[in-house]
Design a protein around this ligand. Structure first.
Ligand code: TRP
Length: 336
């Protein structure tokens, strides 16, 4: 049996928002008390699209600052950036040789990101899921907290693990990972369009709550968030086809660590203006302290670098050791 170990990755972006927090980071914080956890800033995934080198550097720092400000403990967890541990890239190459082209072509995220001009997408974008599988399996992680949109990539990770175990007749060398998807909110949607994911690339800043937004901005954005004209339902099925309503209710549930059904019990029959007051209070109470802490941490870059360096050394120790086993299984010799 494999020892339980959590692994997850977050792309380094500047200006992380409520979607990143509720969809991923908050979940990471809860897991740190239950499992051994490895959290990675996936800078090598970021460069599947061109990044300005200066921005990339500062985005990595902003992401680590957000992790720490959100309550991740850098001693309890291993927190590091992907480029620091070369075994990720080495195992990704091996998985390039295990996974099939057809598997890659089926990935919906690739289709979405590549758009109409698939021929012009980077090869990295196509094989992105193999690097993700390598991230996870180089630590033989068993559980992966992710949002709903990453489920297909985890299925692929399972397929790669099975094929590798089979091809090299090595029993259950790689574990078959389980996704951990937050129950009350699997995707935080835009405040302007309940069908679109909350995203930093959306033009309108009104569509998202940034973790560094101040109290007044958060309040305004919530008050202006799109809803419909019906009151809040008392039952979950009353949220069907009401994407904006569902999103706001789910955000409230997630911020307060309660179930959607409990929110509906409290607010069912009431109108959105009452609810939005409460939602704004909760968001300000939970998000502002994190935003303030991020700003403070970003003033001490050497402290953030030091966290990443320590984390990288801890991660590298595990990854190197596993890579050695993997090379042996395959019949490769590494003389260094
Ligand atoms: N693909 C993930 C995303 O875009 C990020 C990621 C990279 C990841 N490697 C990972 C997530 C490993 C979980 C495990 O959100």
């Amino acid at each position: 049996m494999h020892k339980k170990r959590v692994f997850s990755g977050v792309q380094p972006t500047g200006n992380l928002h409520l979607g990143n927090y509720l969809g991923a980071i908050k979940n990471f914080v809860e897991l740190q008390n239950k499992f051994e956890c490895v959290y990675c800033i996936v800078d090598l995934h970021a460069i599947t699209n061109h990044q300005d080198p200066k921005d990339l550097k500062s985005n990595i720092l902003e992401t680590i600052a957000t992790f720490i400000a959100s309550g991740l403990d850098p001693e309890k967890n291993i927190i590091f950036n992907q480029a620091s541990v070369s075994a990720h890239s080495e195992l990704a190459w091996i998985f390039n040789c295990v996974a099939r082209i057809g598997w890659m072509n089926r990935m919906t995220q690739f289709k979405e990101k590549a758009g109409v001009n698939k021929e012009n997408a980077s090869v990295g974008l196509l094989v992105y899921p193999n690097l993700m599988a390598a991230d996870i399996l180089i630590y033989k992680a068993t559980h992966v907290p992710v949002g709903e949109d990453q489920k297909q990539h985890l299925e692929l990770t399972r397929d790669i693990a099975k094929k590798f175990n089979n091809d090299f007749k090595c029993g259950n060398y790689f574990p078959i990972v389980e996704p951990l998807i937050p129950k009350e909110i699997s995707r935080v949607m835009s405040l302007r369009d309940g069908k679109k994911k909350m995203s930093k690339s959306e033009d309108s800043d009104q569509s998202r709550i940034n973790l560094k937004d101040d109290k007044d901005i958060i309040d305004k954005k919530i008050k202006r968030a799109k809803t419909d004209n019906n009151p809040i339902p008392s039952e979950i099925n009353g949220l069907e086809n009401r994407d904006e309503a569902k999103n706001l209710i789910s955000i409230f549930a997630s911020l307060n660590g309660i179930k959607v059904s409990e929110v509906l019990k409290e607010f069912g029959g009431k109108n959105f203006s009452t609810f939005k007051n409460k939602l704004s209070e909760s968001a300000v109470e939970k998000i502002c302290p994190i935003g303030n802490e991020i700003k403070k941490l970003l003033k001490d870059k050497s402290y953030l670098d030091q966290i990443l360096e320590t984390g990288a050394k801890r991660a590298d120790l595990i990854a190197k050791n596993n890579l050695k086993e993997i090379y042996e299984i395959i019949g490769l010799t590494k003389f260094t």
